[in-house]
Design a protein around this ligand. Structure first.
Ligand SMILES: Cc1cc2nc3c(=O)[nH]c(=O)nc-3n(C[C@H](O)[C@H](O)[C@H](O)COP(=O)(O)O)c2cc1C
Length: 401
């Protein structure tokens, strides 16, 4: 969405504060955002918040005290790439559907012809009101994108349909306005990332150098392609990925439990985490002291996550293998023994590759014996190419069936 000009219109719903997150995420993706607020919206969030978030003046008046030379709402219509009404009240939906233009919001919406998305939020009775239903139908017939509100607890503590759609669905809706393809729309993607930590005693642990960057990049990329993403991550220094369900774990055991819980519903599993192979056999409940003369540490094998989910998921499983030598043999062994569909091999001892690097070079192997190298590139680009490759291969498989 880089350099797209997007008008965010905030109307008077209790969910108005959630528009702040949409603005923040759009800016983060490189879009230029202009905010317009209805009078009622300003009862819920101050315009200073949106001014600060956008670095732009907020438009609130059709007849400002110091009128500008041109007509702001008409001028704006020329430069915009898209309009997003978030949250959209019943009042605004009904007004726009019926051509009412009595304030800055409805007047702008009556002038602009850009792709427009409405993210409604209201009490369930307002949503079910015949006037609202007629308005939504009219607007949909005119080609506007109206998201369905979510069902659940409303601000009034009533249960019902009327909650603002989830931020990730609003962001995906905006992506569809720009016809950005969403090949993973409706799909669930499970990603594991980062290292695990295995306690030796309450203050020490065994871990590895995984930064989590590759897994986080895959989670972001899958999210941008429309997937509902769950990221199960060991301890990393990375910021949470927006619009992704983050599950934070420490040990191989807890990571395995979470993967087992989530794998049955996943369509794709990207197993990027560097999970411990061996863990301390008997972690001490007290800090080990020098005087304990503990000069050896007894280890036992950690749970094998891939083995533990074999047969429990119908999803495509893509497993990473990090090696220092004989990578190809190890990749083939994983493919044949662990029931995975793809193995992504990367080397820990190659400059600009593997752990804690901004870049990676990987070789993808599949069960049909194909092999594809992705040349050294930034991890976010590798993530895009990897997902592309997997989607390509899997759609060919489905076609062949
Ligand atoms: C506390 C409170 C919460 C409200 N929440 C909503 C809401 O979520 N959705 C809605 O359609 N109207 C809601 N309203 C009513 C609208 O604010 C009202 O219809 C207003 O005229 C909408 O104007 P606008 O569409 O120009 O913003 C709420 C009103 C109050 C007082």
């Amino acid at each position: 969405m880089k350099n797209k000009n997007i008008l965010i219109i905030v109307t008077g719903s209790i969910a108005a504060y959630k528009a702040c997150e949409v603005v923040r995420l759009l800016r983060k993706e490189g879009a230029q955002v202009q905010v317009m607020m209805s009078r009622a919206a300003q009862e819920f969030v101050g315009k200073a918040t949106f001014a600060a978030l956008t670095n732009n003046e907020v438009i609130t008046e059709i007849f400002p005290d110091t009128p500008k030379a041109g007509l702001e709402h008409i001028e704006m219509a020329i430069d915009l790439d898209a309009i997003v009404v978030v949250p959209a009240t019943a009042n605004t939906l009904c007004k726009v559907a019926n051509g009412v233009a009595d304030d800055i919001v409805s007047t702008t919406l009556s002038v602009c012809e850009q792709p427009t998305l409405f993210a409604p939020a209201m009490n369930f009775r307002m949503w079910q009101n015949q006037a609202s239903m007629d308005a939504v139908e009219k607007l949909r017939n005119r080609g506007f994108l109206i998201l369905d509100p979510e069902e659940g607890k409303l601000a009034s503590l009533h249960e019902g349909e009327g909650r603002l759609p989830e931020i990730k669905d609003i962001m995906n809706g905006i992506r569809t306005l720009f016809e950005i393809p969403l090949p993973l729309k409706g799909k669930k993607v499970l990603v594991t990332a980062g290292p695990t930590r295995e306690a030796i005693d309450p203050v020490r642990f065994i871990s590895n150098r995984s930064s989590g960057k590759m897994g986080y990049a895959i989670a972001k990329s899958a999210r941008d392609l429309g997937a509902a993403v769950t990221l199960i991550t060991g301890p990393t220094a990375l910021a949470d990925v927006a619009e992704v369900s983050m599950i934070k774990v420490e040990t191989a055991e807890t990571m395995a439990e979470e993967v087992q819980n989530h794998c049955p519903s996943a369509d794709y599993l990207f197993m990027t985490a560097a999970v411990a192979d061996y863990i301390p056999a008997k972690p001490s409940s007290e800090k080990l002291k020098r005087s304990d003369k503990a000069d050896s540490l007894k280890l036992k094998p950690a749970v094998d996550i891939l083995k533990s989910i074999k047969g429990k998921t119908k999803g495509m499983t893509i497993s990473f293998a990090l090696e220092t030598s004989n990578g190809e043999e190890e990749a083939m062994r994983k493919l044949s023994q662990k029931g995975v569909d793809f193995v992504v091999l990367n080397y820990a001892n190659e400059p600009g590759s593997g752990f804690d690097s901004e870049t990676n070079r990987v070789v993808i192997f599949d069960t049909a014996g194909n092999k594809k190298e992705l040349k050294k590139d930034r991890k976010d680009r590798i993530a895009n190419q990897l997902i592309d490759f997997v989607l390509n291969k899997t759609s060919k498989k489905t076609q062949a069936v």
